[in-house]
Write a protein that binds this ligand. Structure first.
Ligand code: MRU
Length: 346
């Protein structure tokens, strides 16, 4: 996608450095973060400079390449294994992180050049798959549709195009008249900050709605379809996604709104039998208590927005049972979660 007329990928690697759009500064500042070492890439994933299942995966793959490049001749294997574990420990829920690290690790057993090739290939695949998700998902979107989405599963959460927003971009490309209801997605507000920023850049009509407004709009018949992303899909079709997704899915069922998940097959974890087996990341309470924003003088500031001294809980994801999901939009087509349950993907 383009930013100020220039095409960008969310994350890319040049030489031994990994470059990424700093998502902690958006929408107020557009800046590229450079991670020169594997450790710096790990920090970038942990602190959410880069985020979203697809982007995390590709960054993790590049971090694995950095580990191969940094490893000393003596103790090469130990160094690489330790780095692999460090990358894997950055964030637990997104399946793509583990998928990417494993792929690059295996490729690197042959040669470092092979690891580089594999990581770059994965970044390219990420874009191609997202575009296909967009094309399949677009078939669900009729002219005049009002679409609700949660969190950010747009191009910033992938290398380009995105998962949940890819169908929106393709629908726009085809001249469909669409409107997007963007859940703000507390506590880090990926919807209000990132999805809204993406949609505004692409000139797609949208409005940010408070996290607790989805049921109201659904009850008013304003939402034709909900499309969200996924961080991990279990073998029975249960889906882990940003906290708050489960509520939307339950309400959608009540009001007969079709609820779809968009995710590449690299997000599916067939070793994870059900959603109960998915580890849910618990993040620091400071994300709930403090909010970052632009003050009237144009400075980015962090302020306390809750009662001083009260404890806050901050689960980053929840699991939506398969029974609430009408279909999962993948690069190979749209699959019903029931089909996963009997072990047949397509
Ligand atoms: O914690 P984040 O911002 O990395 O959250 C993950 C997500 O972006 C989502 O849950 C998203 O909806 C699916 S992955 C693009």
């Amino acid at each position: 996608m383009k930013v100020n007329g220039k095409h960008y990928r969310t994350v890319w690697m040049e030489g031994s450095s990994v470059f990424m759009i700093d998502q902690t500064l958006l929408p107020f500042e557009f800046k590229i973060f450079m991670a020169k070492t594997c450790k710096e890439s790990c920090v970038a994933i942990r602190t959410m400079i880069t985020r979203g299942a697809g982007a995390i995966g590709v960054t993790a793959g590049f971090a694995m390449v950095q580990a191969f490049l940094e490893a000393p001749k003596i103790g090469f294997e130990n160094f690489v294994l330790k780095a692999k574990k460090e990358i894997e420990d950055t964030r637990p829920t997104a399946r793509n992180l583990f998928y990417a690290v494993d792929r690059v690790f295996e490729a690197g057993k042959h040669s470092v050049e092979n690891a580089i090739k594999e990581a770059q290939l994965m970044a390219d695949e990420n874009i191609a798959e997202a575009r296909l998700i967009g094309e399949y998902g677009n078939e669900l979107i009729e002219d005049g549709f009002q679409i609700e989405t949660h969190c950010n599963a747009g191009w910033l959460g992938f290398v380009d195009w995105g998962s949940a927003l890819a169908p929106v971009y393709v629908a726009k490309e085809q001249g469909k008249n669409i409107f997007v209801y963007v859940d703000e997605t507390r506590p880090r507000s990926q919807g209000a900050r990132l999805t809204a920023w993406e949609l505004k850049n692409e000139i797609i009509p949208h409005a940010i709605i408070p996290d607790n407004a989805g049921a109201y709009y659904m009850s008013q018949g304003k939402i034709d379809i909900i499309i969200v992303g996924a961080d991990r899909v279990a073998a029975n079709g249960d889906v882990a996604n940003k906290i708050g997704t489960l509520e939307k899915a339950i309400v959608a069922k009540e009001y007969g709104v079709p609820f779809y998940v968009a995710a590449p097959l690299s997000t599916f974890d067939m070793n994870c039998k059900t959603g109960k087996d998915i580890e849910i990341e618990q993040r620091d309470e400071s994300e709930v208590i403090y909010q970052k924003g632009l003050d009237k003088s144009g400075e980015i500031r962090e302020i306390l927005v809750c009662n001083p001294g009260s404890e806050a809980l901050n689960p980053a994801f929840d699991v939506t049972p398969a029974k609430y999901i009408k279909g999962i939009i993948t690069e190979k087509g749209i699959v019903e979660p029931d089909r996963l349950r009997i072990g047949k993907l397509f």
